[in-house]
Design a protein around this ligand. Structure first.
Ligand SMILES: Nc1nc2c(ncn2[C@@H]2O[C@H](COP(=O)(O)OP(=O)(O)OP(=O)(O)O)[C@@H](O)[C@H]2O)c(=O)[nH]1
Ligand SMILES: [Mg+2]
Length: 447
């Protein structure tokens, strides 16, 4: 056991006895490698920055971050034993309580690394699950997070059990030690809990779909604010609906979708939902567990994709969001790209972002700049989505097809002769841009 482990424990004990209510921040050391990003150094750096933000959101103090160039993870210790020992010395010197790896660790790697470091070792998925657990407030959110945590831990139980059994039996290869029996008991208990949670979730999901049907019957158009975590979705919803949605400067402050009514200048009422923020490499256990919540997104008429214009790499955030959207079956929804925090970013950068993404709009949820225009644009996009046009897209214009899929709603796509015939709902603005490909007079089609 290293000194770092002891001091951490002592510090926790001191807190409990001497200063009852003080919360001690865990001191965290972060480890990233290029193995997690297919060798790409820049991506690995961005991912490590994001990990630091995640660690801080979880309440930790990041005291050191280490990026290692590595082609592939080491099977036993992820970074290689020599490197792990070197990092353990740094961790001891900095009095580290927890080491966070920016990738998924196998149960064996995690166990071996804990032995080397003499303190807690967690991976990116465990950290994100932790944050979700801290922030879930609704019944459904809490059930979903607990389910994801159990699914994450189940395969790791076996690792721990094997270790216990080896300690108890003392002979490697002894498969039926007392630890193994305890392991089976533990596994059964967890599986029982998982099945109960799945039943609870099924009931809650059924309620949700009843609510959704009722909304549909009322015939209101539906819009969802989606985007990378901390992009300003909740602030923007507050701004455009004057709704009392929780706004906080932390990641994942919204775990439960909040839906608000919004009156458009034209007089029609629509529904706008806030959603959980996305990050790169969201643990698949979480996506599974949150599927019912996220499915609502696959069902809306228009996605308002909020991007932090002041972030270091907005395009990486956009890609991460598109990946999650595709995973939950919402990749085909029409999207309105909104550059938020225009007050923070340099004006020329904002202008460049808007120019590079035709149809996008810049706003500031904080100052209110561009909000009226955004509301107008949402109304226009929704009305125009009822406009059905036929297009003739030559085979060498994959870019036009991509635009149609991203900004319009493609209804049918037939390949004939030298072109693709597409029937799609488009906004007036997009129809104007693609005028040369439109070959049928527009018709109004109801939804
Ligand atoms: N300067 C500036 N800050 C903003 C703007 N919009 C939001 N913020 C701030 O950004 C932080 C995150 O805002 P939220 O609205 O909680 O972001 P979110 O996208 O809902 O985040 P999650 O729900 O945690 O994924 C808060 O501190 C907001 O005050 C803006 O236009 N300008
Ligand atoms: Mg939010």
């Amino acid at each position: 056991m290293s000194r770092a482990g002891h001091t951490a424990r002592q510090r926790r004990r001191l807190t409990a006895t001497e200063t009852d209510f003080e919360v001690v921040q865990q001191r965290a050391l972060l480890v990233g490698t290029t193995a997690a990003t297919g060798g790409d150094v820049e991506l690995a750096e961005a991912s490590l920055d994001e990990l630091a933000l995640l660690a801080e959101t979880a309440g930790a103090l990041v005291v050191h971050a280490d990026l290692q160039r590595r082609r592939a993870p080491d099977a036993a210790t992820y970074v290689g034993r020599g490197k792990a020992e070197e990092l353990a010395a740094i961790a001891e010197g900095l009095d580290v309580d927890v080491v966070v790896f920016d990738d998924e660790l196998s149960p064996a790697q995690q166990r071996n690394l804990e032995a080397v470091f003499g303190c807690d070792v967690v991976d990116r998925a465990a950290l994100i699950l932790d944050i979700f657990a801290q922030h879930a407030t609704s019944q459904e959110g809490m059930v979903q997070v607990e389910l994801a945590q159990h699914r994450y831990r189940l395969p790791r139980l076996r690792g721990r059990g094997a270790q216990l059994s080896q300690q108890a039996g003392g002979i490697s290869g002894a498969r039926r030690g007392p630890g193994e029996t305890q392991l089976e008991v533990d596994r059964r208990a967890v599986l029982r809990r998982v099945r109960k949670l799945e039943r609870d979730l099924a009931t809650l999901t059924a309620n949700r779909s009843v609510q959704r049907k009722a909304r549909r019957r009322r015939g209101l158009a539906r819009v969802a604010l989606v985007g990378y975590t901390n992009a300003g979705k909740s602030t923007l919803l507050n701004r455009i609906t004057a709704a009392a949605v929780l706004v906080a400067d932390q990641l994942f402050s919204t775990l439960d979708p909040t839906t608000r009514r919004l009156a458009l200048p034209g007089g029609e009422t629509i529904l706008v939902s806030d959603t959980v923020g996305f990050v790169q490499r969201l643990p698949h256990q979480l996506i599974e567990a949150f599927r019912s919540t996220l499915e609502e997104v696959a069902d809306v008429d228009l996605l308002v994709h909020v991007v932090d214009a002041a972030s270091a790499d907005p395009n990486a955030h956009i890609d991460a969001v598109h990946t999650v959207l595709a995973e939950i079956g919402a990749g085909d929804r029409p999207e309105l790209l909104v550059w938020n925090k225009a007050d923070l970013a340099a004006p020329e950068i904002v202008a460049d972002l808007v120019a590079r993404h035709p149809g996008s709009i810049a706003v500031s949820a904080r100052t209110g700049t561009g909000i009226a225009e955004l509301v107008g644009r949402i109304g226009e996009r929704l009305r125009a989505l009822a406009l059905v046009v036929e297009l003739h897209v030559p085979y060498d214009r994959g870019d036009v097809l991509a635009t149609l899929h991203r900004e319009g709603e493609v209804l049918t796509e037939v390949h004939d002769g030298d072109a693709t015939r597409v029937q799609a709902r488009l906004s007036d603005e997009l129809a104007g841009r693609l005028r040369e490909f439109i070959d049928e007079p527009s018709v109004r089609g109801g939804r």
